[in-house]
Design a protein around this ligand. Structure first.
Ligand code: IPE
Ligand code: IPE
Ligand code: MG
Length: 237
């Protein structure tokens, strides 16, 4: 029992398609409905004092989905950026969008830029949206960056340690997630934050993402507070 509120919560938002199928709706209806769960989770994070919320919105592998589905997901990103902007500014939420953003279409890239610019001053909650993101690609990119620095003579290869690598990731300036939540009952990581999750507590719920509420977030946090985080040590006393 540690009793503390996780400082950084990460979520693999999964199950939009199945949520829609169970209702006889097209998949994009599930993606649209998923925005409500994002709102719930942001409010729940602010209410509990979580400092960083990282949401996996679109993976590198999701580019392999059919075009109409990709367009629907990018449409949801743009709608979210437009419809949530004032709420997020008022709540003091700063949005950062991380991933291979040069793969996005022009209007999605513009929406990303606008929401980041508009919310830059937020100091209550940092909301990271991982879009066109894959952990292996992120690590390869960090390796490339460090290799260039070594080649240019500004980095001594002998000095590269785990902190050097961590700081070259998209999340370089952030603490690792304390708690990872995955919805829709899938027990896998799906190329999400492979480096940063080394010691995160995992919480899997069968709830489909569009049905996820702040109460579900509170339940995950309560479960986290019962965990004994040992980080490889033994418990003394
Ligand atoms: C999550 O829901 C959204 C993304 C992965 C982009 P899915 O679209 O994966 O929904 P399921 O897993 O097919 O139900
Ligand atoms: C993981 O969900 C990616 C996101 C939530 C954005 P997927 O639905 O793409 O993962 P798999 O294919 O079931 O592993
Ligand atoms: Mg899925």
């Amino acid at each position: 029992m540690n009793g503390s509120v996780p400082r950084h919560v990460a979520v693999i938002m999964d199950g939009n398609g199945r949520w829609a199928r169970h209702r006889g709706l097209p998949r994009h209806a599930g993606h649209l409905e998923g925005m409500k769960a994002v709102r719930e989770t942001v409010e729940g994070a602010c209410a509990t004092g979580v400092e960083i919320l990282t949401l996996f919105a679109f993976s590198t592998e999701n580019w392999k989905r059919p075009n109409d589905e990709i367009e629907a997901l990018m449409g949801v990103l743009q709608t979210f950026a437009r419809s949530e902007r004032d709420n997020l500014v008022r709540e003091g939420v700063a949005v950062r969008v991380l991933g291979e953003l040069d793969r996005l279409d022009g209007s999605s890239r513009a929406a990303v830029r606008r929401i980041m610019d508009a919310t830059r001053g937020g100091s209550r909650l940092l909301l990271n949206l991982l879009v066109s993101y894959g952990a292996r690609e992120e690590i390869a990119r960090a390796a490339r960056e460090l290799a260039v620095q070594a080649k240019d003579g500004v980095l001594d290869p002998e000095q590269i340690d785990t902190d050097t690598v961590a700081s070259a990731l998209y999340t370089g300036d952030l603490p690792d997630p304390d708690l990872l939540i995955r919805t829709s009952g899938e027990f896998r990581i799906s190329n999400f934050m492979l480096w940063q999750l080394a010691y995160s507590e995992l919480y899997i719920t069968s709830v489909y993402w569009p049905d996820f509420t702040r109460e579900d977030l509170f339940a995950a946090i309560l479960d986290y507070q019962r965990r004994d985080r040992r980080f490889g040590r033994i418990v003394t006393g």
